[in-house]
Design a protein around this ligand. Structure first.
Ligand code: FMN
Length: 459
């Protein structure tokens, strides 16, 4: 049986050091140039050369201020702060590429769906159908407070809101403007046939949107739906809506547990469990040989930040580990941050008891995901093994240093994966969904398609 191709995203954020706190101090790291268009242009060209499916841009709307009950550790170490808006770098990257997709993170908890739908349609037009949306419900209390709430909406309720949010944007993207509504008929002087533009009449528990979408249909209409819910509620949401799902897990057995539960949930939702592609966080540290790779790894370790790691961990889990001894074991505490992040380190693998120090060191390079160190062949072997053990479909490649980690991966590992028939040598034509799945718009059985309208009226 031919091997399945590996789906590949590069994982970045419009900030410094993204998943590797402290590594910005390494002489090779250029993440502090995130403010420059050139950083994004060069990265996009590199990823397209490596036949990456997409660049996935993470985002948060608050500072990581749980650790030490202060934002100072995060600010000092640049742990995802400062952080710029991810949407603006997309057209910059689209301008210098033809095929690379863009997974933009945006939260359903803070931006109104009506204006958000317009932003995404605009980007889908400008990229010629290469936009994906990583749907998040957010997890930082600091974001909630600065966006006008007294406290963060509770975890499961955020998913209820997200569900209705999707109903609204599906109605706008799929249902408001019919195919063929836009005529651009200069003779008859009709740009758009008004009979084919519909009010969505949405009147729900959380949102009221009576009118029509502001944009004409973009190539994909609905962007490719990315999601990363890993709790029960998050998995149900992903099983219903997502086309690509991200997981970040430290070990393969935990990954296997998540993937199995997600595919099960997809089956319950009436979907083919294999049509959802699962991508696992993965940080490759590769050299031309094993020795070179380990020498890089040792060098990187000297630059990780204990404080920065625990600042990120505090934000992800809602737990402040500052009063614990480095050798104390961490325990599960229920709160409204990311449920699965803390479960991963406390509940899922009964054999493993993580200490505070181990967590800080682990998170220090590549966040809550495995780090593979070795020659190009060893890293490729590790990727194949991970797929076999977890049943994921691909990887979300994080960096230790940028663009160095991506350069090494594209130059050294991609040719090995291509030789093994695991990464394509050419892109398919078309936008992101076409490239991933072979079709441009959502298939008939996706819940969004129920909102499509076919008018019988003519002008
Ligand atoms: C690879 C990966 C990337 C994520 N990126 C973001 C992000 O950029 N912004 C965000 O608010 N949440 C992000 N999350 C968090 C998820 O949206 C979600 O809150 C998390 O997976 C926990 O889901 P749960 O609450 O259902 O356990 C990410 C999660 C994963 C696994």
């Amino acid at each position: 049986m031919p091997k399945k191709r590996i789906y590949l995203n590069a994982f970045d954020m419009n900030c410094v050091g993204h998943q590797s706190p402290g590594l910005w101090t390494h002489p090779d790291d250029q993440s502090s140039t995130y403010k420059d268009a050139e950083y994004w242009e060069n990265l996009a060209r590199l990823l397209e050369k490596g036949k990456f499916d997409a660049i996935f841009l993470a985002d948060v709307l608050g500072t990581y201020d749980v650790y030490q009950d202060s934002r100072n550790p995060a600010v000092r170490q640049a742990a995802q702060v400062p952080v710029n808006d991810p949407a603006f770098v997309v057209p910059i990257m689209a301008q210098v590429t033809k095929h690379l997709g863009f997974g933009l993170t945006a939260s359903t908890s803070y931006e109104h769906p009506y204006s958000f739908a317009r932003r995404i349609s605009t980007l889908d037009h400008l990229t010629k159908g290469r936009i994906g949306w990583n749907i998040v419900t957010s997890y930082l209390e600091s974001a909630a407070k600065n966006l006008g709430l007294d406290q963060q909406i509770n975890h499961d309720e955020r998913y209820n809101i997200a569900d209705e949010y999707l109903e609204v944007v599906y109605k706008l993207w799929e249902g408001s403007w019919e195919d063929g509504a836009v005529l651009i008929d200069k003779k008859q002087k009709i740009y758009t046939d008004p009979n084919k533009v519909h009010d969505i009449n949405h009147n729900g528990k959380y949102f009221k949107v009576p009118g029509a979408h502001l944009c004409e249909p973009s190539p994909q209409r609905t962007p490719v739906i990315f999601q990363a819910g890993a709790s029960k509620k998050g998995r149900q949401f992903a099983a219903k809506h997502a086309e690509l799902v991200f997981i970040s897990v430290p070990t393969a057995p935990i990954g296997q547990t998540f993937v199995k539960a997600l595919r099960e949930e997809a089956k319950n939702a009436g979907r083919n469990p294999n049509e959802i592609k699962v991508l696992s966080l993965f940080t490759p540290i590769v050299g031309r040989n094993e020795e070179e790779a380990y020498s890089k790894f040792e060098e990187y370790k000297k630059h990780t930040s204990y404080e920065g790691g625990l600042a990120l961990f505090g934000g992800w889990t809602g737990v402040d580990l500052s009063s614990y001894d480095p050798d104390d074991k961490i325990e599960y505490i229920k709160n409204d941050a990311i449920h699965s992040a803390l479960e991963t380190f406390t509940k899922i693998d009964p054999e493993k008891h993580w200490t505070v120090k181990q967590v800080a060191e682990f998170v220090g390079i590549g966040g809550i995901g495995p780090v593979a160190v070795g020659s190009p062949e060893q890293v490729a072997d590790e990727m194949e093994k991970w797929i076999e053990e977890t049943d994921v479909d691909g990887f979300n490649i994080a960096y230790a240093v940028t663009p160095g980690t991506f350069e090494d991966f594209v130059e050294l590992v991609i040719p090995v994966l291509q030789e093994r028939g695991l990464v394509r040598k050419e892109y398919a034509d078309g936008g992101l969904r076409k490239n991933l799945f072979g079709y441009e718009q959502l298939p008939d059985h996706h819940p969004a398609r129920q909102y499509r309208k076919q008018s019988t009226l003519q002008v």
